[in-house]
Design a protein around this ligand. Sequence first.
Ligand code: MG
Length: 210
Amino acid sequence: MTARPSKIVCIGRNYRAHAAEMGNDVPAEPLIFLKPPSSVIADGEPIRLPALSGQVEYEGEIAVVMGARASHVTEREAEGLVRGIAAFNDVTARDLQRRDSQWTRAKGFDTFAPVGAEYARTEDWGVLTVITRVNGVERQRAQAGLMVFAIPKLIAFISSIMTLEPGDLIATGTPAGVGRLTSGDTVEVEIQGPDTRTVSRVGNPVVAGE
Ligand code: MG
């Protein structure tokens, strides 16, 4: 990340298996929420576990980086407005997410949005694979083709609600296998292209915060 995005739009329950592991159905239309720009950290920076939460979890995701302003665009137009993709960790205070009726607190702590280096472009988003490892052990793996709502659909949908600006991030949802982070862990999210080449990764140590 070179500059802070003006906003991070996140998608909830966009993989059937993850919705099921949380006891939810998939939504009839994209479920969106926001993380604040102040939550962004880069590769290598620590995720700080807030004292307010006893259950902080990783959510490995594919983030789309917008390259142009988008307002009321079609799915077809949306594809040409993307600048790249990046590995993203939608760090979540799961206990607070359950306690609150909306997710601003659970998703919005400082350091809760690790973002990897941006990969310039990809021809076919459906074949990207997101992988999450904790202390080197694989915990999540899924192809983008399994998304309930594909990336062009997400961009068009969000742009019908709010104007997307260059540099804005869309975190496209996490697959099954979410789990807890504790102090001393290292968590890594990797995005692979069709030839299993790494196109973006973000790795972060986990430390006690305040
Ligand atoms: Mg998420």
